[in-house]
Design a protein around this ligand. Structure first.
Ligand code: FMN
Length: 288
């Protein structure tokens, strides 16, 4: 039997337009790299929160879930579970927890991606080798597996023109979510996911440049301040934050230059998902 190497994709000039859209600049744009349409699509990807009144075909949804569960898995433990919320009453109860995000109730499909540290314990019971999987490592592995399945689903869905929006705010209400979805101990929500055909084009959320997020050989954030200032300006030129959307002006006042970094620094002062640690401990995670 002869084995043939797949033909390498043709070289393209660059991904300049996509990199400009993603980073707001062309410096460091790779040149003479393979032409891969999927990479162009990933560079241009975006979250969608408004959906057309068009159902997602069942076989397609199953195919996307099969692709999603093809994600890498720590030690092949396969510690992710997805709950598809089809019953209107359950969906409405979830949506009612977060009234300022109506897309949770409106999206044609709603999935909840869970870290599942329980299944491995059940395997131990079935095989007669009981082991506790509620330590930090167990939690972490399950959370990562669920996140990888989530992102693989998103990228697969975007390839067939669907749009998605992850929903981590459900973790602000862990007890209610667990009750609505019958989550047993050691199964916890990582994020919900709205899925549907986008009703609008949406917009690309500019990312920090690789000079901030990619470190050569050793960690070095000594130039963070300058790089973030330049990023704020580029990002603001493409998508400025209106004065009325400045966060907590009663605490911080109004900023003349209100960029991404000011917005995120203000956002980070407001703790989120405060009930989640207690919930996890009650649900069997020692986190030791
Ligand atoms: C783990 C995770 C949780 C998120 N939770 C929410 C959420 O609760 N509500 C929401 O509207 N968007 C949520 N998002 C979407 C982010 O706001 C979005 O990815 C971010 O603004 C960057 O935009 P982009 O995906 O279009 O590049 C979440 C994204 C991730 C990865």
């Amino acid at each position: 039997m002869t084995s043939r190497r797949p033909a390498s994709p043709p070289k393209s000039a660059s991904y300049a337009a996509e990199c400009r859209a993603r980073f707001g600049e062309e410096s460091g744009v790779p040149r003479q790299v393979p032409e891969v349409p999927w990479l162009r699509q990933v560079l241009m990807r975006r979250t969608h929160r408004r959906y057309a009144d068009r159902p997602v075909a069942e076989p397609l949804l199953r195919l996307l879930l099969a692709a999603a569960f093809s994600a890498s898995s720590k030690s092949d433990f396969q510690q992710a579970s997805v709950i598809r919320v089809e019953e209107r009453a359950r969906r409405d109860r979830l949506a009612a927890l977060i009234p300022d995000m109506p897309w949770i109730g409106n999206a044609p499909v709603f999935l909840v991606f869970c870290g599942d540290a329980r299944r491995l314990e059940r395997l131990g019971e079935l095989r007669g080798h009981k082991a506790d999987n509620g330590n930090l490592e167990g939690f972490f592995n399950a959370a990562i597996d669920a996140a990888l399945v989530l992102q693989t689903f998103i990228l697969a869905a975007e390839m067939v023109d669907l749009g998605c929006c992850p929903i981590s705010v459900i973790r602000n209400h862990p007890g209610a979510v667990a009750e609505i979805l019958n989550l047993p101990d050691k199964v916890f929500p990582v994020a919900g996911l709205c899925v549907g055909y986008p009703a609008t084009a949406g917009h690309i959320s500019m990312r920090l440049p690789l000079e901030v997020t990619l470190h050569a050989n050793h960690y070095d954030d000594s130039l963070l301040g300058e790089a973030v200032e330049a990023y704020d300006i580029r990002r603001g030129a493409q998508h400025s934050i209106p004065r009325e959307q400045q966060r907590s002006p009663e605490i911080f006042g109004y900023a003349a230059l209100y960029g991404w970094s000011e917005d995120k620094a203000r956002q980070a002062t407001q703790p989120e998902a405060q009930r989640f640690p207690t919930y996890l401990r009650r649900r069997g995670f020692s986190m030791e």
